[in-house]
Ligand binder design. Structure first.
Ligand SMILES: [Zn+2]
Length: 258
């Protein structure tokens, strides 16, 4: 597969140009012109690059790439180590941040719902790629699985399926009928979830003020892990393009407790 053709296809499929973000989406670092082996992972960390080298990958595809808006623009320290290792091995780096979060099928919210058995409500605040606002499609709303009737049952189900004990704020006996979720570091959107009048809001991380927002609104909050909630979108995207273009693909999970 030609690198530039793959890049064009992905940019189009994920509607990269329509979504404002804090990092460049798409091909971030140019490597070999022909891609046969693809490795996907959550974050373009040194450990992921090392694994990709061991797997003889021509390209790495991640959710958390590099060159964030407020980053130091110099190529020193951590960025130098990562970039040097990647470029010495001529590996392409593709990164899709918000465009992957909001994608209605391959996105992190869609894929987390699939893993958890949640039924997204159509036509609510879910994925509407028609607008350039990064908020659109970021918070999803839906119903939990039948086995997740209380906050305690929902938390246990999350723990079992994501392999990580979540932090739970709220009464474990609280009945849960309608939930909202947004993967990653989206605890700040709890106020949107409160406006949506859901019974519980699930994201990855938690802040000090999240506790007070949950306690005072009565909307339960579950911090299920940034990494744990964002493990599914990029693997689904990798598998999707690998099947389409007959590439060798492997999702590499580098564990992260946060
Ligand atoms: Zn994230």
């Amino acid at each position: 597969m030609n690198r530039d053709d793959l890049s064009l296809y992905l940019d189009d499929h994920l509607q990269v140009a329509r979504i404002k973000d804090y990092c460049p989406n798409g091909l971030q670092v140019q490597g070999k012109p022909i891609i046969k082996t693809l490795v996907s992972g959550v974050t373009a960390s040194l450990a992921l690059i090392e694994e990709a080298i061991a797997l003889k990958a021509d390209a790495i595809m991640v959710h958390h790439g590099w060159f964030w808006k407020n980053d130091d623009a110099r190529v020193i320290g951590q960025l130098h180590s990562r970039l040097k290792l990647l470029m010495d091995h001529e590996i392409n780096l593709f990164a899709y941040h918000l465009p992957l979060d909001v994608h209605p099928v391959l996105g992190n919210n869609a894929q987390l719902a699939k893993v958890m058995g949640w039924k997204p409500l159509m036509g609510s605040k879910r994925a509407s790629l028609g607008s350039a606002s990064p908020m659109d499609g970021l918070i999803w709303e839906g119903h939990p699985e039948a086995s997740q009737k209380t906050l305690g049952q929902l938390a246990r189900s999350i723990s079992g399926r994501l392999g990580r004990d979540p932090l739970v704020i709220g009464d474990l006996n609280k009945p849960i009928k309608r939930i909202a979720w947004c993967t990653g570091g989206a605890q700040g959107y709890i106020n949107q979830a409160i406006e949506m009048k859901v019974d519980a809001y699930i994201s990855g991380e938690v802040s000090e003020q999240t506790f007070h927002a949950a306690e005072e609104s009565g909307v339960a909050y579950i911090a299920a892990g940034h990494h744990a909630t964002e493990r599914y979108g990029i693997g689904a995207l990798g598998e999707f393009v690998a099947q389409k273009y007959k590439l060798k693909h492997q999702f590499v999970d580098i564990p992260n407790p946060v």
